[in-house]
Design a protein around this ligand. Structure first.
Ligand SMILES: C[S@@+](CC[C@H](N)C(=O)[O-])C[C@H]1O[C@@H](n2cnc3c(N)ncnc32)[C@H](O)[C@@H]1O
Length: 252
């Protein structure tokens, strides 16, 4: 779909699994993604997350999570669309890691280790306040990391007042530089504000992004165009439902 090393991108607005099923097998060089995982609900129930009253990107309601029971169909599609000898990184918390790891392995991935994203400052919580998130490092086939000197703790300050649960471009930047070459294709099925895409564009990689929220895609598109990437429009796509388009995400 993409060609050359000048960054290009395409954005879709479907349910992640529905979207992935439309993609060709063995067509993607790297997956970096951050689903709205189920255990966020628990943080909400305990009141350890914050409603996004001030976020322009929020309707001040809660985001509909992507349930753990859907991980298998999601990871099956990730495995299918990823080329051989490629990597897959999944942002999640400790609780979700225990669920996601065996499902990833069942779907064919080798699980290497959790990488820690150290947010440098404490966040929400009562029992040891949260300062890190995990990024699970999976592999299909065998691919050598580009820099064997990078540690498994990535220190990068959290994003304040951004898109709900926005990840810093700097973290995606490291993952993309470790696991792709210029001109390769990076995919994020839950793109949010497009941090993965911006890092891809900044490094001369192409980006295939998806998010059911219209506003998320608008933000991503703007950031990617500002980063100098060229959009490849989709000619026709079934719109997401109004309910799906609501943006309701708890803060981590
Ligand atoms: C945790 S956020 C991603 C944040 C992103 N990493 C960033 O840096 O901005 C999860 C995103 O998944 C989207 N989403 C939720 N359910 C989805 C689904 N079933 N399919 C596709 N996207 C979905 C939400 O709209 C939200 O933007």
């Amino acid at each position: 779909m993409f060609s050359g090393t000048k960054p290009e991108f395409q954005l879709s607005g479907l349910d992640a699994v529905t979207w992935l099923k439309k993609l060709e097998s063995d067509s993607i060089d790297l997956i970096v993604t951050d689903p709205p995982y189920e255990s966020l609900e628990k943080h909400r129930a305990k009141g350890t997350t914050t409603r996004l009253k001030n976020s322009k990107a929020s309707s001040n309601q809660w985001f509909e999570i992507f349930p753990n029971e859907r991980f298998e169909e999601l990871f099956e599609q990730f495995y299918r669309v990823l080329r051989k000898d490629r990597h897959f990184y999944l942002f999640c918390d400790a609780e979700t890691m225990f669920v996601a790891k065996p499902i990833g392995e069942k779907c064919g991935f080798k699980f290497w280790k959790p990488i820690v994203w150290d947010k440098k400052k404490i966040g929400m919580g009562y029992h040891y306040r949260a300062r890190y998130e995990f990024i699970l490092f999976f592999e299909k086939g065998k691919r050598k990391l580009n820099n064997l000197g990078i540690p498994d703790i990535l220190e990068e300050p959290r994003v304040y007042r951004g898109y709900p649960t926005e990840k810093p471009v700097g973290v995606a930047d490291i993952l993309i530089n470790q696991s792709t070459q210029s001109g390769e294709v990076v995919l994020d099925a839950f793109a949010g504000s497009g941090s993965t895409g911006v890092a891809a564009a900044n490094n001369g990689r192409h980006f295939l992004g998806n998010d059911i929220c219209d506003e998320a895609r608008d933000i991503t598109r703007k950031r990617l165009l500002e980063a100098g990437a060229t959009e490849r429009k989709i000619l026709k796509e079934k719109a997401s439902s109004p309910r799906q388009r609501q943006l309701q995400i708890p803060m981590t």
